[in-house]
Design a protein around this ligand. Structure first.
Ligand code: NAP
Length: 91
């Protein structure tokens, strides 16, 4: 494999290298997309999140609660809201 790569013309090597670098950044983008990395503390803040017993709403609730916000889960199903509340405040 290495000898095959070394035998390639210089221009092809450059193109392969560029594709490799672009592929790395694309993979990084796909793997980290949607991830909030803000370290900002939210103590003394209150947030109300609708549909927060699942999906994006719940993930948002977990992150904001971890950062100190008082999170109000606004959900239509009390049982599911209660289950989510446990997970949000346990994390
Ligand atoms: N997931 C993604 O990658 C993505 C990307 C872009 C946009 N979005 C949009 O973001 C929103 C949330 O996505 P999600 O993936 O977090 O969805 P999800 O997991 O299905 O969560 C939906 C939440 O909304 C609630 N809900 C659904 N219909 C409702 C209604 N008629 N009245 C009140 N509450 C209702 C659900 O409550 P119950 O549990 O009681 O049903 C649940 O809490 C959707 O509009 C989706 O199209 C999602």
């Amino acid at each position: 494999m290495l000898t095959f790569l070394l035998a390639l013309p210089f221009l092809v090597k450059i193109v392969l290298l560029i594709l490799l670098v672009l592929g790395f950044f694309k993979a990084r983008l796909v793997l980290t997309i949607g991830e909030c990395r803000s370290p900002n503390k939210l103590t003394e803040k209150t947030v109300i999140i609708t549909g927060s017993n699942s999906g994006i709403g719940k993930e948002t609730a977990v992150d904001l609660a971890k950062r100190g916000a008082r999170v109000i889960l606004a959900c239509r199903d009390l049982k599911r809201a209660d289950d989510a509340r446990g997970k949000v405040y346990d994390s």
